[in-house]
Design a protein around this ligand. Sequence first.
Ligand code: GLY
Ligand code: MN
Ligand code: MN
Length: 435
Amino acid sequence: MTHAHFLARRKRLLKAIGNGVAVIPTAPEVVRNRDAHYPYRFDSYFWYLTGFPEPEAVVVLVGAQPGKKAKSILFCRDKHAEREIWDGYRYGPKAAKTAFGFDAAYSIEAFDKILPELLVDRDSLWHSIGHDAGWDARISQALNAVRAQTRAGKRAPRAIHDLRAELDAMRLIKDGAELDLMQQAADIASAGHARAMRACRPGMAEYELEAELTYAFRKRGADAHAYTPIVAGGANACVLHYVENDKLLNDHSLVLIDAGCEVRGYAADITRTFPVNGRFTPAQKDVYEIVLAAQDAAFAATAPGQHFMAGHDAAVRVLTQGLIDLKLLSGNLDNLIEKSDFRRFYMHRTGHWLGLDVHDAGEYKTGDAWAVLQPGMTLTVEPGLYIRPGADIPPELAGIGIRIEDDVRVTASGCDVYTSAPKTVAEIEEVMRHD
Ligand code: GLY
Ligand code: MN
Ligand code: MN
């Protein structure tokens, strides 16, 4: 991704805000304990518009008005000889302006003084209202600083808009450079899942498989896990957000891994479920084939012009029929779907937008109408079945939890599944054969 991409996005947003002013800060550094910080992760909106990696930075977009061209202005940390010895290189405003193609750049120290000047006689101010109380207060302060000059004939913006509505709509459709990065993340994540399958042996701990994924991600240059990985042996897979990853993996049970990496901000999100010893039992295979068929049905329903829930509805139909075949549900297929009886075994949706955030920005529904798929949208397709042990559950099915998750982009004619970890029963058993 080049600076031209970020520039083009700023230009588009500048068009949308008229003569208004948009303020987009990056994320703060976060303390983990005492003086140790969590690894730094920039704000996704800020990154989308700038590609600037440092904390303590804000981009301000000032819309065009008669006689004045639109401007993008960066506020960032100053150069600091001593801090750079301890913490590393800082661009400083001067170098950042050139390197990232801003019209102007200033010290972050000057932000509270300069923002009111930029707001004078502008119609609107755009920011993420309510996202951060500190920022809401800072912006109110800047507005009040302009209002204090009313008698000098200066006018403060009358309208405050939530910037996210504009940005979310832009982020929903990925450009070619974004799709390339998402493909890179997907390739690395797919290789990580294959590596975990090859390494898996009965008696290992879940965290040992987590270590295989982390190794594969970092070895191939991914920046980090895109979210906390789930490595869930046996019935732990029925706990949807299981992240302890500290139990032993038993022979004859399955393990579910939901893990993906991040490459230059873009996430992959993959789930695979496979037998700890490399061979599916007949019951495990029966459930697995149902989930796999549900995913295929969802892929077929993921195409331009279809609505967001079409994939989910298709998956639910196959899963519910599967639950009837397994004798876990009985009755008429349409009635069972209508009454949502499948929800005991399938309680989440079949996908979500994917991008800079693993659950990416973008609306799903406007009023009663689901979003309509368009080329360039990226989403996950992740059906599952979770059979928690219970008095009415046959022992061979009790504790089986299976999810299969891949990432797709909507194309002109359908969808392209661009994650590639081993998936069919035959592929998994082949990659796990240790001879
Ligand atoms: N890994 C988060 C999800 O699948 O939605
Ligand atoms: Mn997902
Ligand atoms: Mn996932």
